[in-house]
Every structure is written in structure tokens, then in C-alpha cells.
Design a binder for this molecule. Sequence first.
Ligand SMILES: [Zn+2]
Length: 370
Amino acid sequence: MQRCSKCVTPTSYPKTHLNHEGICNYCLDYENIYSNWENSKKDNIEKFIHLINWAKKRSKTYDALVPLSGGKDSIYVLYLARKKYNLKVLCYNFDNGFQSDIARENIKSAVDSTGADLIVVKPDEKLLMQLYKHFLKHVGMFCPVCMRGIYYGQFSIAKQHKIPLVLKGTSMRTEENLVPEIFQDGSLSFFKNVLKKFPFTSDIRPFLIDRDLKAKIFRAIYLLSKGKYIFGSIDIQVPEYFDWIYEDIYKIISNEMGWKALPDRDEHVDCLADPTVHYLRAIRCKALTPNTLRYSAEIRSCQMDRQKAINLIEEEKQAGIKTKYIDYFIDKLCISRQDLMSYMSNNLRHMKFQRDGLIMSGFNMIRKLI
Ligand SMILES: [Zn+2]
């Protein structure tokens, strides 16, 4: 099997192209965006401080909303927000029905150790499972339901409490290079397009909550002005402003926030449905082990050696699938293994539902032009 010569992304992964040196487009994109990272670190931190000063001057009950999953990134964001920059923080957790005990414990320790407030949004579990099943059955993926839930909670809480900043632990710098063929992020247009073709009978109005028009315009102005003009409530991807070295982050959040990891990194800390997500991804792209794309991201940010990643991938292949998590997942959804397989038979059919609305298409076009 052929892989990128820099990271470990296999060439069978959708939209992967290698250049004459065997380097993939995901590595080249990363290099284009972050080649000046070392020289711009000071500026980036200053930009972040400018943002938090702006938020503090708004004098709201909370300066920042921190969505918490219980994983390392969001907990570290809370550490930075509370312990390093002394922001008034409201934390928010979306309980997707597959949240692990260790995620709950990590959230509790982090919130207790920082004195932040916490809101947990937990939809009716039966309804959630039916909705996961509905999406899985019709488009072969269920993550968009959870992602939509996370968004609606975030938009509603930020609006209700008039919170200027939403601080997130996700960013292209640290995340896997996910493409629409294997992952949909829960955009409202995708969600609605699926439901239009395959109506869901129960009331799921909260899942259709989006940013209001004013918030969308403010966000567009912020992005188009590259952060110069800030109004309303703004989402920030915190890893875009700081070094994000996991060796250091693990130490800090373990010592300062009471964070605990499971010893086996195959076992995703926050979400018990994660092994099923990877199982289904491997049906879409056979060369993917659960951590292949994560290792690629760590290699790009110089946190892992490529040969070590190759060795770990071999170990993952030898270990095979952890069926206990797949069984747990299908039991919760009240489906059989045969049902699950039948839902994956035409596994790119979700692609025809991913059209953006007119506003987003126009916005993306303008972003590309400037
Ligand atoms: Zn690569």
C-alpha cells in the first residue's frame, strides 16, 4: 500500500494526491498555512490577548463559553481560559448518549478545579438513539446528529447568556484531515437535506437551531476582516493561537485539572460510539486504522516520528476490531450487525446531501476570492 512519504495517509484515502516527492496534498496544505508558525507565535498570542480583552470589556456575566467533551483539547482550553487568562467561563457539555464515565469524571474535575459554571445539555436518550439510527440507515453515518446537537447547544447558550467568546479546542493544526466522503460535520444544510428526503416523525426542533442572521453576519465580518472587526459572539479555535504540544498538555491537565486518560489510546476517552465510527470509516476506506489520520496530524505538527506511526498502525492491524464497542453500539440503537452492514452497502450516498445553502455557498466563494 502506498502512503504519503511525510505523514502516513494512504493514497486510497479520498482526495489524496502525492506530489513528485511523494508528499500528500494534506501535508502540503498544512505547510502552506503554518510554515511561518515559529515566527508568528508572539503575534498569535497577542491576537488572542486582544480578543480576550475585547470580551472582558463587554462586562457580561461570562467572558467565554467553553464547550467541553471531556477530552484533552477542550480541558486544556478551559485551563487556559480560567487558570492562565482568568476569564469568567461558562462550560457546556452535550451528552450524546454515548458519553463515557471517564469523560464525565474529567469534566467534573476540570470544572471543580477551575470554579467555572457548567451546563449539561442531554436530549431524551430514546429520541437520540432513534435519530442516530435514522441517519445511519439512510446515509450510513450518525455523527452529524451529535455534531448538530453540539452546535445547537452552543448557539443557544451563547445567545441566551450573551457570551462574547466561544473557545474551542479544535483546529486544522491539530485535527485529522477529514474529508466529506468519510465525515460530515453536522452542518444544518446537510441535516435538513437528509430529513427532507427521509422525514423523521418525532419533534426535533432544537436540532434545527442555527446561528441567527445577526450572528451569521457578525461571524462573516470577523472572518472576512481576518479578526479586525469583532461584534456579537465569536468562535475561536484556540490551537490556532498557541503551541499545542500533547506531551506538555497531558502533564498540565493531569496535574492541574485532575484529568485522567485511559491507558490504551485506542479507547477514545469521551465517546463510546467512537470505535464504531472508526469501524465504519474503515469500510469506506479499507487502509484506515482508527488512529491513522491522528498519527498523520501528529507527524505534521512534529509530535510523532513517521516510523513510530507505521509501527503503531501495524499493531492496530494485528489487534483488529474491538467488537465489544460495536456490540454495545448496536444494542443501544436496537439494530443487528446485519442491519449495520446493510446500512453501509452504498457508502457514499450521503455525498448528495451535502449541498450548502445559497448564503453559505456565496460566503465560501467570497472567502476563496480574498
Ligand atoms: Zn502527508
